[in-house]
Ligand binder design. Sequence first.
Ligand SMILES: [Ca+2]
Ligand SMILES: [Ca+2]
Length: 441
Amino acid sequence: MENLKDRRRGEVTPSISSERAIMTPKVHLLFLPLLFTVATGEGLQDKKGPFENTALDVPEATPVPYPIHQFELKHTVTEFRLSGEGSDDVKMSVDGWLFLQHPLNWARNDHYIIGVEALDGSTVVEGPIYVTINVLDINNHAPVFNSSEYTAVVLENSPAGVPFTRVFASDLDDPASPNARLKYSLVNQIPNKHHTAMFQINADTGAISTTPEGAQLLKAREGIQYSRGEDQSLEALKTKFDHFCSPLQNIPYEQNPFFSCVERAEIRRRTINPLEDPDYTLIVRVQDLGGESENALTGSAYVNVIVKQNLWVNPGPVTIKEHLKKSYPLSIAKVESNDANALYRLVQKERSALNFPFSISVDGDIQLTQELDREDKDGYILVVFAEDQYGNQLDPPMEIPGDRGGREDNEPQCELEENVFEIQEDELVGTKTHNDNSYKA
Ligand SMILES: [Ca+2]
Ligand SMILES: [Ca+2]
């Protein structure tokens, strides 16, 4: 930032600083016009005008003294009297030059109105006039994130492009100008296995979501799976261990390196401190000037991401043919809440007076309760809720979309059909899920 400022100063006054340092205020005023010409290299004629109400644009943070405008007076003037807010920052020389004594700051005030009277001795000979100084913003503030470190949790299988967290930065420059037009970007992802970007950031909003790869590949740390109401104590872990690691040897659990390894991993997983041990750390950057200039000022922050196991996965499309001769109820799909004690509820999305031949078991088994007949209805949309005993949702309702007929009118598209939970005609042929697990009837 300092470099930019220095460079900007250089543009305006390439050689003023040493001269300014040795000058007394009196000499300083005497040589102002000459000094200004040297300093700015611009035609000062352009800055002249009659002694009348005038509006002037002045960039903020200019080096001083900065010549603003020379007023041409009709009378002999011995001094000027200035009034109003900001009048301490400007001065008039006896030859009518209005100049800045102190650099202006847009963030403090974007304009000043200063009254000026011309005096001969103690008599006002001209004025008062009112000079409006409009402060022009320059890009002298870098954008800053509202936190240097963020923490976020992302569920496995989070859909690509749907934000799971957001970062935010602000910039003290003029929000109506490019100086505060911010762009976010993702600089780095740690770890960056196989150079696959798992996350993306919306350049305009700072919203962070998974990429299609992330939606597919992000996995929570492995842990023990517990079923509904199952004891999750370390004693229960011993029982599980016996179950998976028989035949048993006569070794105490505590001395069994395999058991103690699993035990440590399980305890660590339960007491994980995301800040100290995130699954991913993202480095995000914000740039002003719309991110389109190499002169843009930047800010950065860390985003710690914890990947959380997500069991609540849409089982995907099911195709069932009508008049299927099976014993009912027939399992056709299974869902599992992230809360082992969830109560499941299954409804039909579109209210219908007709029979709804589906049910869901306490374990999340979606069952067909009778043969389907396309004459009755050619498609269903099922909505599954996972709730606690008070009816509060534990996972977002899962909508399993269905084809409501009319397929003959639509051009068949395999990709689309794979996303459709379709229950119709003749026979249950199986279900496909978007995580490639398959269900066989
Ligand atoms: Ca800025
Ligand atoms: Ca500024």
